[in-house]
Design a protein around this ligand. Structure first.
Ligand SMILES: *Cc1c(COP(=O)(O)O)cnc(C)c1O
Length: 496
């Protein structure tokens, strides 16, 4: 299988090349030339298998230039019971009669990003081997919080790689910050940016297409790649867990093979929900894809009106991993919905760059509405939802997951659709202990670890060791830079 760019359909690269490059030189994102299909028989076969076997089968459909041994080795190293708490890797818990929580946060950093970032370093180093690339691979990450830590943990001390993480100084939770600034490993660095997530992401994107920097990297035997969800190697493991989740529901006899299931996803950069769309495109019987946003509701408006407009106030919310106004992966969806018209995609994204807005045609809008429903909620409603789910269903959600639960409830009320819905549960609630505790309890201790203890006493949910042990770890990274100097900082860190 070959891959092409959303901004130039004539580009042809293999899977390993797409993963190694991250972003196409024209600024577009790599997408499969055509989508493999899964029949119901295939899905039935998968329902009898383990997560790792399901992963190998789905990945092999997309990564056709990887050998079987290479794929098995990547999957074995990424998805161990030791790292994810059990062989099932994902867990599905009932919320109520019509909703099941798809818990994607049992990995080493307690957020769903581990699902992709535990395997990406192995996909990337294997891609380098396949491509006979001897350069040191430098990973630049712009993070709204969870990606940074998950990437650091995934790449820590992986030979032949280096990683620099940029995060918005005031845009991550204290626990997220602590997780990143205490990171161990000789090949990693972390730096705060004065600005929001979009500033960091835009800055990193400009570095990828900076000719001067690229040339000096090559001279020094280095090359950039990306661990952001613009990298195909991030996205394809996410397709895996949607296929696996459906197969799991069949295996558990929660549904019958072929039953339609809706999917509701707390959305930021549009990677997670796009993976659900791709699984649907492959043949998994998914119905509506419910896109849940927080107060940064640019996607809600887009799905409802067909106009994408990022010219609006940026809100720092209690679900910071969704505080995003430019959802990069939407470009992949639009490329698909407009019939792979690269000129059209270029025009939309030129317009977005120049004016901050673009509008899709009625025809594309109709296709969008056929698959997607968009909704949003503010912080007050998010906290109410955490309390209601805890008191009424004994389910403790983190702040991001609660946005999805709230939007799912709105969807159900508005449409009367009671199709079984998988709600993506994207982070362990202890990662956002302050907001979660204040939603369910009147007293809020000042110290973060006291908050965690109180939440543990109330909920009985065990505190993951990965979070409790951070208390004793020394802070290694304290740097903070204005966003304008990101290029100079990168050059300096790499000794260019
Ligand atoms: C990253 C993240 C999201 C948003 O996912 P996207 O793929 O960027 O849409 C939601 N919740 C949590 C906890 C996250 O870390």
């Amino acid at each position: 299988m070959m891959f092409k760019s959303t901004r130039d359909s004539a580009v042809r690269v293999s899977a390993s090349e797409a993963i190694l490059k991250g972003l196409s030189a024209d600024g577009g994102l790599f997408v499969p030339e055509s989508f493999p299909t899964l029949t119901l028989d295939d899905i039935e076969g998968l329902s009898e298998k383990s997560y790792k076997e399901r992963a190998i089968e789905v990945l092999s459909l997309f990564l056709s230039d990887f050998s079987d041994e290479q794929l098995v080795s990547c999957v074995e190293r990424a998805y161990s019971a030791k790292k994810f708490g059990s062989d099932s890797i994902i867990r599905i818990e009932e919320l109520n009669d019509t909703a099941q929580m798809l818990e994607l946060w049992h990995g080493p950093t307690c957020a769903f990003k581990d699902m992709a970032l535990q395997i990406l370093p192995h996909l990337l180093t294997t891609s380098a081997q396949i491509q006979h690339c001897e350069n040191e691979i430098v990973i630049l990450v712009a993070t709204s919080g969870d990606t940074g830590k998950a990437a650091l943990e995934g790449f820590c001390d992986v030979p032949g790689t280096r990683m620099i993480v940029f995060y918005p100084e005031d845009g991550v939770s204290p626990m997220q910050k602590r997780q990143m600034t205490t990171q161990e490993g000789e090949n990693v660095a972390v730096c705060a940016i004065k600005g929001n997530f979009d500033d960091a992401q835009t800055a990193v994107k400009t570095i990828f297409v900076d000719e001067e920097l690229r040339a000096s990297m090559t001279e020094n035997g280095k090359q950039f790649s990306s661990a952001n969800s613009i990298n195909w190697g991030r996205l394809v493991p996410q397709v895996v867990y949607y296929v696996a989740a459906y197969a799991q529901l069949v295996q558990d006899e929660t549904i019958k093979l072929g039953d339609t299931v809706n999917v509701c996803v707390p959305t930021g950069n549009f990677g997670n929900i796009l993976a659900a769309y791709y699984a649907k495109k492959m043949g998994v019987p998914f119905g509506k894809l419910i896109c849940a946003s927080n107060e940064n509701n640019v996607l809600t408006d887009f799905i409802r009106t067909g106009t994408y407009d990022k010219n609006r106030a940026f809100h720092a919310t209690i679900s910071p991993s969704m505080d995003i106004l430019i959802s990069s992966n939407l470009e992949r969806l639009l490329y698909d919905l407009c019939g792979e018209d690269d000129a059209q995609v270029r025009a939309w994204y030129e317009s977005l760059a120049k004016t901050g807005t673009f509008t899709i045609s009625d025809e594309v809008k109709e296709k969008l509405s056929e698959h997607f429903y968009g909704g949003c909620c503010d912080d007050t409603r998010t906290k109410e939802t955490i309390r209601e789910a805890f008191e009424e269903e004994s389910y403790l959600c983190d702040t991001h997951t609660a946005v999805a639960v709230s939007v799912y409830e709105d969807y159900k009320t508005q449409t009367d659709d009671d199709t079984l819905t998988l709600i993506a549960s994207t982070a362990n609630p202890y990662k956002f202990a302050q907001s979660v505790l204040s939603a369910v309890y009147d007293e809020l201790p000042a110290d973060e670890y006291d908050q965690i203890d109180t939440l543990c006493r109330l909920s009985g949910l065990s505190v993951p060791k990965a979070l409790s042990e951070l208390k004793e770890k020394p802070v290694r990274f304290t740097g903070s830079i204005p966003r304008e100097t990101i290029k100079e900082t990168v050059a300096e860190m790499l000794g260019l």
